[in-house]
Design a protein around this ligand. Sequence first.
Ligand SMILES: [Zn+2]
Length: 411
Amino acid sequence: MRIQKLLRILLGLEETRVLDVNFDDVGVVVDVAPTWRLPRCSGCGNAAPGYDCLRARRWRHLDLAGMLLRLRYDTRRVNCPSCGVKVEQLPWAEVGSWFTRPFEDHVGYLAQRCDRTAIKSMMRVAWDTVGAIIQRVVGRRRDRDPLDGLTQIGVDELSYRRHHEYITVVVDHRRGHVVWARPGKNADTLKAFFDELGPKRCAKLEAITIDMSAAYIKAVTECSPQAQLIFDRFHVQRLAQDAVDEVRRDEVRAADSAEERKELKGTRWPLLKSFWNLSMFDSLRLAALQRENKRLYRAYLLKDSLVRVLDCKDEWLARTKLDQWIRWARRSRLEPFKRVAATIQQHTEGILAYVTSGLSNGRTEGLNGKTRTLTRRAYGFHSAHGLIALIMLCCAGIHLDPVHHWPGSTH
Ligand SMILES: [Zn+2]
């Protein structure tokens, strides 16, 4: 068998001829060319007259028996009648990429499953390069229009870089996929989503779950006024959790002795748990709290009973209980809870809409947890676009297989 044929089969690249092969200091260099003779324009895909030649460009392909393998080719530029001067289309890689498609797909497969160090060392690429590769893989593999057919969506903000920066993420509740993400968390960020959706598809939205941020409320009421606005129950619960923590910190500050302070500090986690999830040890701590610190215990009860209100399945019952809860919180003599009561009163309808619809961002909670884990893995990407691409790769329903091929699988 001739070496060119052997390599053509080994490379497994469509429409690619092998011209020659050599070694350099770091690995194998294979000279290749497209099987078509006339160059094709990368803008429109049509054959076009040549313009000039860019010397000896190289592309990384999958390693050959553990050895770095690169393709080498003198890329031509074409003078296309419709697109102007453009670099030619190549069968093995996308324009602007120095990696073959199988190499990129393999990185994508790994990025869905492995941590940063494993990908970097296995594929011998920089982490930022991985970010750029994922963006191209997502571009190739996503649904053609992920915004089609949306009726129930959730909007959430996601912080990264230690809460210094944010992205806004839109989830399709029915498919359980992330469909859109953009840097920022203000009204204009979300409006950009509605702009992309267009008025026709905006009018088809039935329900939107969001947190109680004024920016998101503004964008939703302006762009999709017919959709039911539902405040995410987990954000509502978090208000009460934060209030408990605030009361606890006030109590720590006001404590008389170091021992009492230590005791109060130890209640932080038990206080955030639900009554049913307490361990024996936590229950004892809370029982002690009930005796010794009435304010903090009251805060705990308020937090826990708000969860019970949101658990109600009946709208009338939920409305009555929420009303009682607001009055109780107001009388509680706990400033943080008085503030929560005011916020909840202001947003009552949107909070009760959860009870009737059962929709919350928690419905896609698995997704929520996953996106949060990804922000940690994306640490080190220089732009938010790397993080967004990673979220799309892992949470937009993209299925990738490891890149395997067989003799005869290409021509
Ligand atoms: Zn063209």
